[in-house]
Design a protein around this ligand. Structure first.
Ligand code: GLN
Length: 260
């Protein structure tokens, strides 16, 4: 009997913006659908974050909530669980910014948790709308979601982005002054996946949910047919991308898409 997959949502009352709590529900659901026992622990400020959990979720947050959560988590002891080697972490938007070295929010310059060399500044305008990311290092198809953030994140040398932005802003321009507009979204570091994608991202991209579950369980997973998730994903991609972009995205990832 597989032992239970323990999913921890860190500070959902502060970091669960735009439905990001749904990421936990998708993981639970996709584990349960395969007969894998899974449980969700929602850890609020003041409670200890369990070490040895299988997946940690850090969602988006409003500026002040993000600063509060970061200040609470900055002590190595409080954030030991996500600092542990090989911890599986999904961080979204504010969560992404917090894992870096520095960010600006609520008029303050804030020291991040420093897990990854990434600095977030405030952009010229708020990035709001659909975001489509082509993952470059993970074996998963094009990612769809939406973004709503002021921050722009510069990755340090050697930090791997999650992928290339096809539509939207993501981390912002790779070269701030370039007119080429080359943009990337998020980063990957060991088994930490960080992105600007809300949606919730795992509801729109079940392949990413399954990748996290595979990392957590250490084994292959039975294929699941989830027509609702597929329909949502295809509808959003078709609404966001031109058919040329859809073809280019699927060619780049070497995969066939189900889009009509
Ligand atoms: N406060 C951050 C920003 O605006 C993050 C927002 C979010 O999590 N959606 O950049």
């Amino acid at each position: 009997m597989t032992s239970s997959v323990v999913i921890v949502h860190i500070y959902p009352s502060l970091l669960g913006l735009y439905g990001d709590r749904g990421n936990a529900l998708v993981l639970l659901d996709r584990a349960h659908a395969r007969g894998i026992p899974a449980e969700l622990l929602e850890i609020e400020p003041g409670e200890t974050i369990p070490e040895q959990a299988d997946i940690y979720l850090i969602g988006g947050g409003e500026d002040l909530a993000q600063v509060t959560a970061t200040n609470l988590l900055r002590s190595a002891e409080r954030s030991a669980a996500i600092r542990a080697e090989g911890a599986v972490v999904l961080a979204v938007c504010a969560g992404l910014q917090m894992l870096g070295t520095e960010f600006r929010a609520a008029g303050q310059q804030v020291r991040g948790l420093g897990l990854v060399d990434a600095v977030t500044t405030v952009g010229p305008d708020r990035a709001v709308g659909e975001l489509v990311t082509e993952p470059e290092h993970l074996p998963i198809p094009t990612l769809t979601g939406f973004e709503n953030h002021a921050g722009r994140t510069a990755l340090g040398p050697g930090v791997m982005p999650l992928g290339r932005v096809i539509v939207g802003i993501g981390n912002g321009d790779v070269e701030p002054d370039s007119s080429a507009g080359e943009r990337v979204d998020g980063f990957i570091h060991d088994r930490i996946v960080a992105t600007y994608l809300h949606g919730p991202v795992l509801a729109r991209n079940p392949a990413l949910a399954d990748l996290l579950l595979r990392w957590a369980t250490g084994g292959e997973l039975a294929t699941l047919e989830d027509r609702t998730a597929e329909a949502l994903r295809n509808e959003r991609l078709a609404a966001t991308l031109s058919s040329r972009q859809v073809r280019r995205a699927s060619a780049a990832s070497g995969r066939r898409t189900e889009l009509g």
